[in-house]
Design a protein around this ligand. Structure first.
Ligand SMILES: [Zn+2]
Length: 267
């Protein structure tokens, strides 16, 4: 039995895997109280279900299995767990989960963009997560201009223009509501254009087989509109496929596969 955990800025999801099926055990708010009590909750599940290994995907900077920074998570996170576990950036888990479960066998290079409270970017190259020296894929903090203050403390980063938290700050209501009220107006926002340009630049650098959008906001994108907007910026020779993935559990599933491969002798 493997437990997969997705710790996002808004929600935390716990998914069980018996090497055949996935089952959502729990979805809780990522409140400070829940985050700080997470180890206790996990250890109770380990005990009840006989968990052999745990995979944790977290919205934050993770290097060599250690948390460096979690600007979008409330409270201090510390793991004191009774089963072996791996810790990975949530977008990396999403990308790996997509690669293992859904990618065509010919597809080896994938870029996954999760848009929720923040922006995550997971890159799979030749079937492996690309980490650089550890922190690769921090698309959220690429510099747009010397402008708005970002959640990380930096200035003018992509996430301070386009993300759940920055758009909510600007519109004084959840961005899903803004999208529901007037979707045409949403796609005309300067912030959306900034985001699309950033994605186009990423495609031009990596030329992946597919670019996959997910996350609470990303899964509501319109594939046709995103394709059209990208076409305005990408050279016609690039034919990266655009995929919108409506699977809220993909981070937890990817974390499960990483735990399964790391602790294969325990499963
Ligand atoms: Zn930043």
């Amino acid at each position: 039995m493997i437990l997969g955990i997705d710790i996002g800025g808004t929600n935390t999801r716990l998914v069980l895997y018996d090497c055949e099926d996935f089952r959502v055990l729990d979805k809780i708010l990522s409140s400070q109280k829940n985050i700080e009590g997470l180890s206790g909750r996990i250890n109770r599940i380990v005990e009840s279900y006989g968990i052999n290994a745990i995979g944790i995907g977290i919205a934050g900077w993770v290097k060599d299995g250690r948390i460096i920074k979690t600007p979008n998570i409330n409270g201090t996170i510390k793991f004191d767990l009774t089963a072996p576990y791996i810790l990975e950036n949530d977008a990396n888990c999403f990308a790996y989960g997509f690669y293992k479960l859904l990618a065509d066998s010919k597809i080896k290079n994938i870029v996954c963009i999760t848009v929720g409270t923040g922006i995550g970017c997971g890159i799979v190259i030749d079937g492996k997560i690309y980490r650089g020296k550890g922190l690769a894929g921090e698309l959220a903090h690429i510099v747009i201009e010397k402008g708005r203050i970002c959640s990380c403390g930096g200035r003018g980063h992509l996430e301070s223009y386009f993300s759940g938290w920055s758009l909510e700050e600007q519109f004084k209501k959840p961005i899903k509501e803004v999208m529901r009220e007037n979707i045409e107006e949403f796609y005309r926002l300067r912030e959306v254009d900034i985001f699309i340009k950033s994605i186009a630049n990423l495609i031009l650098v990596l030329d992946p087989n597919a670019i996959v959008f997910g996350g609470g906001i990303g899964m509501n994108f319109d594939k046709k509109v995103v394709e059209e907007m990208l076409r305005d910026y990408i050279l016609p020779e690039f034919d990266t496929e655009v995929i919108i993935l409506k699977d809220e559990d993909m981070v937890a599933k990817g974390a499960i596969f990483l735990a399964k491969e790391t602790f294969y002798w325990l499963i």
